[in-house]
Design a protein around this ligand. Structure first.
Ligand SMILES: [Zn+2]
Length: 346
């Protein structure tokens, strides 16, 4: 007899292991296809349907992936593990999360990171419009590292898209306003400079600053007009702060008319302060929150926070952003702050 308790235990352990693997080593598990066990009565149709996958879209790939494990006429063998095809591609928008535990594929994150498992519903109901600074014909601030050119827009983009992925994992709906079709999340130190970023959904970015800022502001407001009632934030990330002192930290700006914006900025700043104290005690942290008249903050309709993460021209800051782990830490810390903001600042 088939021991169904044991079966459940094995499946549970498998799911747990997978869940932990995703949390700790997202890059490793994302490169693999999820495996599922065939149950009594399962055919390909039933197995795919049970896992929320369209049969017509996935049948062919499923057969190819599992060729060596199929029975007569492509039947499934009970108890055997089968690979599921990666979920269908989402390109235009990063849609609201499906149920926790589901995996959604977003090409914009690049090959290594495109499969995103929704691991929690902490941000269910929140919508984020993420605006990486500059892009297209405008590289933003330009610095040098080991004789190589480093541009603000590439580093801002990498941290923004890491943030996008992290927010989706927590159940949020996310729109990348500045978009790059082929960069994805990049782990290299020196991020190659290109000029093919577009503005949501697929608009050529003008060089003229006023037109450029208006274009992305319009994109946010248009999307926001369909979602006025829900919780939403516009988050802009830059790496070209110009502080007076020696020590450069993270600066958070909000619209002076927005109390909610101020509270959101303070929540994010507090999260960074706590993280610095935890990871680099004694370093001292000079990040501030202030109001500033910035076009995209003034003119976008959702509550907005504009973040200067440092300066790509500053030697110490470059060293900070060159490391992929640091770029990921920025995304993780912001996500943590944004969860607090979502829960306490509605
Ligand atoms: Zn900038």
């Amino acid at each position: 007899m088939f021991d169904s308790n044991l079966h459940i235990k094995i499946v549970t352990r498998f799911i747990l292991t997978f869940f932990l693997a995703v949390l700790i080593f997202p890059q490793i598990s994302n490169a693999q296809n999820k495996e599922v066990v065939a149950e009594k009565g399962d055919g390909i149709y039933r197995l795919l349907t049970r896992h929320g996958m369209s049969v017509s879209e996935n049948m062919e790939t499923f057969v190819k992936l599992n060729m060596d494990k199929l029975g007569k006429e492509n039947s499934l063998i009970v108890g055997k593990k089968y690979k599921l095809p990666s979920t269908p591609v989402k390109t235009e928008k990063l849609s609201p999360a499906k149920a926790t535990g589901k995996t959604v594929r977003y090409e914009i994150f690049g090959k290594e990171y495109e499969n995103v498992e929704i691991t929690s519903s902490e941000l269910k109901g929140a919508t984020y419009y993420l605006m990486a600074g500059h892009g297209g014909p405008d590289p933003g601030a330009v610095g040098k590292y080991n004789g190589k050119q480093v541009c603000e827009d590439e580093y801002a983009y990498d941290m923004t898209i890491r943030l996008a992925r992290k927010l989706i994992k927590e159940g949020a709906a996310v729109y990348m306003i500045t978009r790059d079709k082929n960069d994805g999340i990049r782990d290299e130190s020196i991020l190659k400079v290109d000029h093919d970023e577009v503005c949501y959904p697929n608009l050529k970015i003008p060089l003229n600053q006023t037109r450029r800022l208006k274009q992305r502001t319009d994109a946010v407001n248009k999307l926001h007009s369909n979602n006025r009632k829900g919780f939403s934030r516009m988050i802009a990330l830059h790496v070209d702060s110009r502080p007076v002192g020696e020590n450069i930290d993270v600066f958070f700006y909000h619209d002076k008319r927005s109390n909610t914006g101020e509270k959101a900025a303070k929540t994010l700043q507090k999260t960074f302060q706590d993280k610095y104290n935890q990871h680099q005690p004694g370093r001292g942290y000079n990040g501030t929150v202030s109001s500033r008249s910035l076009y995209v903050v003034r003119n976008t309709n959702p509550v907005a926070v504009y973040i200067e993460l440092g300066n790509i021209n500053h030697k110490r800051d470059i060293q900070r952003f060159i490391l992929k782990d640091n770029r990921q830490a920025v995304a993780n810390w912001l996500t943590e702050g944004m969860i607090t903001d979502f829960k306490t600042n509605k």
